[in-house]
Design a protein around this ligand. Structure first.
Ligand code: DGL
Length: 265
């Protein structure tokens, strides 16, 4: 496998969600070029079987590798839990990071209250998730909130507060207690709903103090560390890198929407 400083860094997700991680990576490594592949033709991954998610993830990784990348971020919690272990075996030389729900940071800053973890049903079912809970969750009240269908709001650019409130009332509300202190956004699509979640918590629960956490910054930092370790980062070129976005959907607007999310303040 040829890895060269001049190559872009690959990113993949089941759709638009991984843009939330890409955003952090662009901020951290502005000189780098990035190649992002969103598999919106097959979204959501979160209610598919593990073997199917693996097959889809391997296919996307093949496409990115064929274009030539020097590192890879699996910017999807669901694909990470299903496929990252195999990918590490398949490509031992490739700097590779996955993303997992930010349970550790939530526990590190815990004041003893309830921690909710919003994620896809698939992520919650996986062994990797159970390990995370076993590793860090002991002595803490960490509660999983399976969010079937929430990814669809982001994919279809449905940010209407009233519609989302209906979803949150049914799927999130029952888990929010007086002692809830933080919510982990355990799917890369959810950071794009941060303001909607905040608004919902404020109006329906009178809570403005619940912290919303996600793993995008940590993942971008880990990616930079792994590239630096192999001396694959560009060094002070003074040039700004560029981002190329590909999407498997036949809807050509998905690429436009991706750039819009990337450039959203
Ligand atoms: N963005 C993905 C994640 O982080 C999953 C979305 C999906 O269900 O496709 O889990």
């Amino acid at each position: 496998m040829i890895l060269d400083k001049s190559m872009p860094i690959g990113f993949m997700d089941s759709g638009l969600g991984g843009i939330s991680v890409l955003k952090e990576a662009v901020k951290l490594m502005p000189e780098e070029n990035f190649l992002y592949y969103g598999d919106s033709a097959n979204v959501p991954y979160g209610n598919k079987k593990r073997e199917e998610i693996k097959r889809l993830t391997f296919h996307v990784v093949d496409i990115l590798l064929a274009q030539g990348i020097k590192g890879l971020a699996i910017a999807c919690n669901t694909a990470t839990s299903a496929a990252v272990k195999d990918l590490r075996i398949m490509y031992p030389d490739l700097p590779l990071v996955g993303i997992e729900p930010a349970i550790k940071p939530a526990i590190e800053q815990s004041r003893g209250g309830r921690i909710l973890v919003m994620a896809t049903p698939m992520t919650i079912r996986q062994e990797k998730f159970r390990h995370l809970l076993e590793q860090y969750g002991e002595g803490h009240e960490v509660v999983s909130v399976p969010c079937d269908g929430l990814v669809g709001f982001v994919e279809s650019f449905m940010f209407d507060q009233d519609l989302l409130d209906v979803y949150f009332r049914k799927n999130l509300g029952p888990f929010v207690t007086d002692n809830t202190e933080s919510i982990v956004l355990g799917c890369t699509h959810y950071p794009f709903l941060k303001e909607n979640i905040r608004q919902y918590l404020k109006t329906e629960h009178g809570r403005e103090d619940i912290a919303l956490l996600d793993g995008s910054y940590g993942t971008a930092r880990e990616l930079r560390r792994r590239l630096a370790e192999k001396d694959l980062l560009k060094s002070n070129t003074g040039w700004e890198g560029h981002v190329e976005i590909l999407n498997s959907s036949s809807d050509t607007e998905m690429v436009e929407k991706s750039y819009e999310l990337l450039n959203r303040p």
